[in-house]
Write a protein that binds this ligand. Structure first.
Ligand code: IMP
Length: 425
């Protein structure tokens, strides 16, 4: 059981990048298993803030091997841009990166289709990141996708791109979008393919062997449990399984290998894009959280919708994913709020419930418990007992409500601003 899985407990943007990075010194291998460049994992080390979209965050720890697993959809152009940006600032990860041969490629037509499909949805738009994620997974599920293994066979790859583009252009035109011309992007794509080809390998075999050898492996989930394709608020979800099941299928690791399932949750909630969000606060509280928490999308720059922590949703995510511990982030953003609220139940059609509804989520009204706030600056804290009493009470209520211990509290963006709590706390 040398594998730890880390996933988002809410609608993404929980601060997974920071937590993965903080765990990095105890790891041998970090794996991304689902999603793609729609993710934006922010890591701050010292004065430098980095946003990683495809490269696993724990790779910023110099010894850790990074794997982009079979479940990820990979835009090779974005991946190389990210490698170059890191190299330009002296962070060399390319030789430690493995690109799973089964991972599917996101190609220029996927982004064009993502955009065209969103426009066609009109008022029912999902608010996707326009990174081509949905269309790439559509092709994968339809058995039309192009796995990364093709990057190692340039001639066949070029031929395949030209053939597939004919089909995709029909779709683009039908959606009223402009057709793409292969000659405008193919030379660049082939150059990137040649660069990435040595990185392409059987990531599944590698991970299975590493697990049997007792190597310490972390699966770095992307997005969040409530954006999961099956368990999220469909259709306002992403196109992958951000659920534990997706982390396993997307890495090839067996369920019995996982010892810890760490869920990262913000001390409040945010959501980007459309879809139900019972605790959203469209007034001064939400505005304050957005400003103090810098709640603007790290991939798209969009302002995030903000509101109070939702125990009903968190409990559902914890139960469905078998979460063993919660890492609570951005508690410092609540500092100064005179009253902090937790949503501990919903009222749906006049009936009070602590169960997370499916289709009725859009009619769910939050029922709040109110807690005293705190004004102490949390940023210097390293010791859990020294955290303000009011915050400890809040954490206890989250533990009771979700049924899961909070073992880590993040009190600021830096790697060092992480407070460990014992499981019995
Ligand atoms: P897509 O994944 O780009 O198709 O977007 C589908 C929905 O998931 C939209 O509401 C996005 O805003 C949301 N989403 C996708 N990736 C992330 C993420 O990494 N953090 C937060 N929301 C995300």
């Amino acid at each position: 059981m040398s594998v730890t899985a880390l996933l988002g407990l809410q609608w993404g943007d929980e601060g997974k990048g920071k937590m993965v990075d903080a765990l990095g010194s105890d790891l041998d291998i970090v794996v991304r298993a689902q999603g793609g460049a729609n993710a934006g994992h922010t890591v701050r080390v010292g004065e430098t803030t980095r946003v990683l979209h495809l490269i696993p965050s724990a790779m910023l720890n110099g010894h850790v091997l990074g794997v982009i697993g079979n479940g990820v959809v990979v835009d090779p152009l974005t991946l190389v841009r990210e490698l170059d940006a890191l190299a330009a600032s002296g962070v060399l990860v390319e030789d430690r990166l493995v690109l799973g041969e089964r991972a599917h490629l996101v190609l220029p037509w996927h982004q064009a289709l993502d955009e065209a499909m969103e426009i066609a949805r009109g008022a029912a738009a999902i608010g996707t990141t326009k990174r081509g994620i949905g269309p790439a997974y559509m092709d994968k599920a339809a058995r039309n996708g192009i796995p990364a293994a093709w990057l190692t066979r340039p001639k066949e790859f070029a031929q395949r791109v030209r053939e597939d583009l004919e089909q995709k252009n029909l779709m683009l035109r039908a959606l009223g979008a402009k057709a793409l011309d292969a000659d405008t992007f193919l030379p660049g794509l082939l150059a990137v393919a040649a660069r990435l080809a040595p990185r392409v390998a059987d990531s599944v075999g590698l991970l299975l062997d590493a697990e049997e050898q007792g190597k310490r492996i972390l699966i770095e989930g992307a997005q969040g449990a409530l954006l999961d394709l099956d368990l999220g608020s469909y259709p306002f979800v992403t196109s992958s399984n951000c659920h534990m099941g997706g982390l396993l299928a997307g890495s090839g690791l067996p369920p019995r290998s996982v010892g810890r399932v760490i869920a990262v949750a913000k001390a409040y909630c945010t959501r980007v894009g459309a879809g139900p969000f019972p605790t959203e606060d469209c007034g001064a509280v939400g505005e304050g959280l957005r400003r103090r928490g810098h709640e603007f999308g790290s991939t798209t720059g969009r302002p995030r919708r903000c509101g109070w922590f939702d125990i009903v949703a968190a409990r559902f995510a914890a139960r469905t994913n078998g979460v063993t511990e919660i890492a609570l982030t951005k508690a410092d953003v609540l500092t100064g709020e005179p009253v902090v609220k937790l949503c501990t139940a919903y009222e749906v059609d006049g009936v009070r419930t602590t169960d997370f509804p499916g289709a009725a989520l859009e009619r769910a009204k939050p029922v709040y418990e109110e807690f005293e706030g705190w004004s102490d600056d949390l940023t210097g804290h390293r010791d859990s007992d020294a955290l303000p009493q009011a915050l400890q009470v809040l954490i206890k209520r989250i533990e009771v409500g979700t049924g899961v211990p909070v073992t880590l509290v993040s009190t600021g963006p830096e790697r060092s601003q992480t407070v460990l709590r014992s499981r019995s706390a």
